[in-house]
Ligand binder design. Structure first.
Ligand SMILES: Nc1nc2c(ncn2[C@@H]2O[C@H](COP(=O)(O)OP(=O)(O)OP(=O)(O)O)[C@@H](O)[C@H]2O)c(=O)[nH]1
Ligand SMILES: [Zn+2]
Length: 349
C-alpha cells in the first residue's frame, strides 16, 4: 500500500473517493508517491505532490492509451537516473473528453467536482454553445454552473438572463460576475473550498484565465481583447491545474472550437431531461418531435433548443463512427453523387 499524507494531498484536491481507489492499485516500488497531474504539454507532464511541482514522464503504455489528463491521480516512481516516471493511474471519479470533427478523442480533465461554463455577456453569448457544454459535462456526470463574465461592461444582462431561463433547465445555477474583481470569489463561494476541483470551460476570450487568476491570485498571462470581436488572443494553449489559497483546485482549459461531447446518443438524450420528460406523453413512442402528430415536446420546448438537441444527437452519431465506417460512408456518398451526376448528364443529352 502506498503511503500518503491526507492533509498535504488535500491541498491538491485529495478526497475520500480518491482515497478509496488506492486499494485497487498494483503493488508499487518502495518510495513510490501519489501525485496529481497539473499540466500536460506535448513533451512533458507536470505533477504536484501537495508541496511542490515536478516534471515527469509517463511509461509508453500510459501515453499510448492516451488517457492521461489534468486532474488525474498518479503513482510516481524514481528510476536509477533519479528521473520521475508515472507508473500507474488511479481510475478517475469522472472525466471530460471531447471528439473533434474527425472523431478523434481528446481528454480534457479528470476528477472534477463542478464545471464552470464561462461565457461573456458580450459577443461571446451563445445559447447553443452553452447547451453543448451543459450536455458535455452532464453526460460525464459533473454538475455545471453557468458563469456569465463581463457583467461590469454588459448593457443587457437581464435580457440575457431571461433568454437563459426560457430554455435552460432552471436547476442549473447561473451567476453574473466581473472576472477581474475579487467580488467574483464571493459569488462563486458555494463551489469553492478545500478538496474541491473546478474545471473552467468556454470559448476563447470568455474570461477563463482572468477568472483563474482572480480565484487563485496567480498571474497567468491573459490576452488583451482583439479590437472588434471581444475575443482573447488565444493565451491558454494547454490545460493546467492551479491551486488557490483556500484549497480549491482550478483546471483552466483552452477555448475549444469545433467539438462534440464524447458521449453516445442515449447518454446525450438523457441529459436533456426536459425533453425526455415531455417525450413520454408523445403519441408515438419513437416520436422524433419533428412533424409527427400528437407530439408533446414540440410547442413546449424552445424551438431552437429542440433543433440544437437534434444537431447534437446527429453529431454524436457521426463522431461515434469508426474511421473505417466513415471511409465507407464517404465512399457510399461518392457513388451516390456520381450516379446523380451521371443521371443528370444523361437527362441533358
Ligand atoms: N471588463 C471585463 N473584462 C474581462 C472580464 N473577463 C475577461 N475579461 C477580459 O477579456 C479578455 C480575455 O480574457 P481571458 O481570460 O484571456 O479569456 P480566456 O477565456 O482565458 O481565453 P483563452 O485563453 O483564449 O481560451 C482579457 O482582456 C480580459 O481582461 C470581465 O468580467 N470584465
Ligand atoms: Zn414528440
Amino acid at each position: 500500500m502506498i503511503e500518503f499524507n491526507f492533509e498535504v494531498l488535500r491541498r491538491i484536491g485529495f478526497n475520500q473517493f480518491t482515497a478509496s481507489q488506492l486499494a485497487g492499485l498494483e503493488p508499487a516500488a518502495e518510495g513510490a508517491r501519489l501525485m496529481r497531474l497539473t499540466e500536460v504539454q506535448r513533451d512533458w507532464l507536470t505533477v504536484h505532490d501537495g508541496n511542490a511541482e515536478y516534471k515527469a514522464r509517463a511509461l509508453p503504455r500510459l501515453i499510448a492509451e492516451c488517457t492521461l489528463s489534468v486532474g488525474d491521480w498518479l503513482v510516481l516512481e524514481n528510476n536509477s537516473h533519479n528521473e520521475l516516471w508515472i507508473s500507474q493511474q488511479l481510475p478517475p471519479a469522472n472525466h471530460i473528453s471531447r471528439r473533434s470533427a474527425d472523431g478523434h478523442r481528446q481528454s480534457i480533465a479528470s476528477n472534477i467536482d463542478t464545471a464552470l461554463l464561462v461565457m461573456g455577456l458580450d459577443q461571446d453569448f451563445n445559447l447553443r454553445r452553452l447547451e453543448r457544454y451543459i450536455a458535455m459535462v452532464q453526460s460525464a456526470e459533473i454538475s455545471p454552473v453557468i458563469v456569465l463574465t463581463k457583467a461590469d461592461i454588459a448593457v443587457d444582462i437581464n435580457e440575457h438572463l431571461y433568454d437563459i431561463r426560457r430554455r435552460i433547465p432552471s436547476h442549473i445555477p447561473v451567476t453574473c460576475i466581473n472576472a477581474l474583481s475579487r467580488d467574483a470569489i464571493n459569488e462563486l463561494a458555494p463551489w469553492l473550498g478545500a478538496g474541491q476541483t473546478l474545471c473552467l470551460l468556454g470559448s476563447s476570450g470568455a474570461g477563463k484565465s482572468t477568472l483563474t487568476n482572480t480565484l487563485s491570485a496567480s498571474h497567468q498571462e491573459t490576452g488583451g481583447i482583439r479590437k472588434g470581436d471581444g475575443r482573447g488572443r488565444h493565451t491558454t494553449t494547454a490545460r493546467s491545474l492551479h491551486l488557490c489559497a483556500d484549497g480549491t483546485c482550478i483546471i483552466d482549459t483552452p477555448g475549444l472550437r469545433t467539438w462534440c461531447p464524447d458521449a453516445d446518443e442515449e447518454t446525450l438524450a438523457s441529459v436533456f431531461t426536459d425533453i425526455e420528460l415531455l417525450a413520454s406523453d408523445c403519441q408515438f413512442r419513437d416520436c422524433r418531435h419533428e412533424s409527427e402528430p400528437g407530439c408533446a415536446v414540440r410547442g413546449n420546448i424552445h424551438a431552437d433548443r429542440l433543433l440544437n438537441y437534434h444537431k447534437l444527437l446527429r453529431d454524436a452519431q457521426r463522431s461515434q463512427q469508426t474511421p473505417l465506417e466513415r471511409i465507407a460512408e464517404k465512399a457510399k456518398w461518392k457513388v451516390i453523387n456520381k450516379a446523380g451526376t451521371a443521371r443528370s448528364r444523361d437527362k441533358r443529352n
